[in-house]
Ligand binder design. Structure first.
Ligand code: AMP
Length: 214
């Protein structure tokens, strides 16, 4: 099964994608994670990506399309994938359609996670992860059981994304409404778009997604 989770930054795409990986054996393909790995490696392309990401702007379509094109060639995606953070423009959605058709693959569901902008700012600016195992936390909504110690692995090191600050979030949301939201009618016209309530509790959002994918 091949899915897209579509929604603004902070909608919970990553959280739900990781749950679907565990529950369904699908592979999460997060272009944001791929770009952050590229930044960490360094080099001129990594430096360029960092500048664009820190500003909350979008990376060029051709780079993102080839990044995903190479990734879906890998054998681990043969049981299905969950795209998280891609496509982000209509041009990326069109390129994805062409790529999938060439490989004889199809999209089963595009799931929109709907969340109010006001809630997103609070969600994003408070979030952080364990530096060792990647478990997600939030300053207000999900603190570790023992302050400063990861529930999952016991690590005491945590990290925050450089672009999870109030100013960059504003630009990221503007980019979402201007560049990414036009993808919704694109998929609605193709009959694959479903919507879940991203404001609901995490478990409830999972239930709504499960109900769609069956
Ligand atoms: P994310 O982790 O999905 O929130 O992505 C973090 C940042 O990476 C975004 O704000 C963009 O700068 C960049 N990015 C990730 N995916 C894409 C994409 N499909 N197209 C353009 N830029 C992207």
């Amino acid at each position: 099964m091949n899915l897209i989770l579509l929604g603004p930054p902070g909608a919970g795409k990553g959280t739900q994608a990781r749950r679907l990986e565990d529950a369904r054996g699908l592979v999460q393909l997060s272009t944001g994670d791929m770009l952050r790995a590229m930044v960490k490696e360094g080099g001129p392309l990594g430096q360029q990506a960092k500048e664009i990401m820190d500003a909350g702007k979008l990376m060029p379509d051709d780079l993102m399309v080839s990044m995903i094109g190479e990734r879906i060639e890998k054998p681990d995606v043969k049981n299905g994938f969950i795209l998280d953070g891609f496509p982000r423009t209509v041009a990326q959605a069109e390129a994805l359609d062409t790529m999938l058709a060439q490989k004889g693959l199809k999209l089963d569901h595009v799931i929109e996670m709907k969340v109010d902008d006001a809630a997103l700012v609070e969600r994003i600016t408070g979030r952080y992860t364990c530096a060792k195992c990647g478990k997600g936390y939030h300053d207000v909504f999900e603190t570790p059981k023992v302050a400063g110690v990861c529930d999952a692995c016991g690590s005491t090191e945590f990290k925050r994304r450089a672009d999870d600050n109030a100013e960059t979030v504003k630009t990221r949301l503007e980019q979402y409404h201007a560049q990414t939201a036009p993808i919704l009618p694109y998929y609605r016209d193709r009959g694959v778009l479903k919507t879940v309530d991203g404001m609901a509790e995490i478990d409830e959002v999972s239930r709504q997604i499960e109900a769609i994918i069956g």
